[in-house]
Write a protein that binds this ligand. Sequence first.
Ligand code: FAD
Length: 506
Amino acid sequence: MTDGNSPLKSIVIVGGGSAGWMTAAALADAVGQSCSITLVESEAIGTVGVGEATIPPIRNFNQRIGIDEATFVKETAGSYKLGIQFVDWSRIGHSYFHPFGQYGAEFDKVPFYHHWMHEFLDGKISGPIDDFSMCWAMAKAGKFAHPQADRRKIQSTFDYAYHFDAGLYAGFLRRLSEARGVTRLEGRVVAVSQRAEDGFIESVTLENGAVVSGELFIDCSGFRGLLIEETLKAGYENWQHWLPCDRAIAVPCEKQAEITPYTRSTAKSAGWQWRIPLQHRTGNGYVHCSEFISEEDATETLMGSLDGAPLAEPRTLRFVTGRRRKFWDRNCVAIGLSAGFMEPLESTSLHLIQYGILRLIALLPDSGMSPLLAQEYNRQTTAEYERIRDFLILHYKATTRNDAELWRYCSAMEIPDSLQYKIDHFRSHGMLVSDERELFANPSWIAVYLGQEIVPQRAPAIASMREGVPVAERMQMIARAMQEAVAEMPTHADFLARYCPSPLAS
Ligand code: FAD
């Protein structure tokens, strides 16, 4: 039986930044030749061009769309990322590491972290939990190797992601997409026509007069949201009261001899500075709140703390943290910055793009464009944004810094009830309350709670009931196994040179 609806025959993507080309590559892979995919972009408008750090799920995305890792890292002048070092976030002079992977290794029926917390609160351990992170052991030694599959080995307890050059990434995906049949049109969209009866988008018109029609439109036009907002007026939920940074100054500088396998985020008086090492340069930026610092002073701060000579003029990017009220409206789906932006602190934007695309593929409509599909897409995407939002707010809220207005504001601000509930559990008995669909799993929350110096009043009760478990001995064995494993690994620089050297690196 058929309801008269037919599979989509034409999809139009507006925008050729990371979002546009990730969408094109993945959709072309998913729908094959049965549906035409056209991407419109304007070189004159350009792209945001930052977005250089990622989190581990990008590896699944790459695998799914058939990208070979060595080729990908080489062509994007990329490097490996084991986590983020947070400097001066809790207080000046203090730092911690958010690793991609677990702490320690399982040796009893309760999670390693429960034992650690029990020993720590009993005064039997004085160092940070970082001492039991394989990622941190590798990161501080400047080492990298792929994790091993054998779960009995300590080398299986970490994960990794990448840093890459966003411009090279879009070019790489463009070549891949065009090889898969995507048509690219160069030109600025100057008009959008809508169906009179329901406002569905029918076509976009380019400056040269070309009219590009489609059944489904993907808005990847960046912050402006050319289709989703300027045309369909989907609305924006502003989260600046929780995530107050609204500007970034970005500048690349000369690379250092040691390419560190991690991102560094250093808290400053009015925001924080990123440092992202690539094979041919180091990316830097000062994300800040314009209410508390002028653009001139922010630029001066950034330029005064680079660890190499600048390679370009500093660039200012402006944004409003929050999300689109409807990510999918009528026959238009917003993916990328047009859907929302929560600042780059935990490198979640490219991840949200990736999951937006995979969710769209899972819910792909036919010509009937059922509103139920849009409703479900919006429900899932809203929940995902809110979970990530809470994790980001935690970094700002849980600070003891009192030296600057931004930090005084953040430590005093009201936070979402959903986050307060989690913090209350952790503070009271070290319990981790997480949703199974949470992007940031328990080790990430542990890293940020403890790193921001929230110490539970007591350890989870179960750890103290595990009688006869030689906890101290097991912990020492784990720490020793980590050191031995790291000692055998190549340096990150050697690994890159051997496995995926960029021609731009020399
Ligand atoms: P854009 O890059 O802005 O692309 C928009 C596209 O739309 C362009 O091709 C443009 O030409 C086109 N366009 C616009 N208007 C028209 C028109 N009228 N006609 C035709 N074409 C048009 N994400 C991470 O995951 N990790 C990070 O470390 C990270 N760091 C960031 C740092 C900063 C300061 C910022 C602002 C963002 C960062 N992001 C990061 C986010 C990341 O950069 C973006 O999510 C990603 O680049 C996707 O951007 P986009 O493709 O949506 O938009």
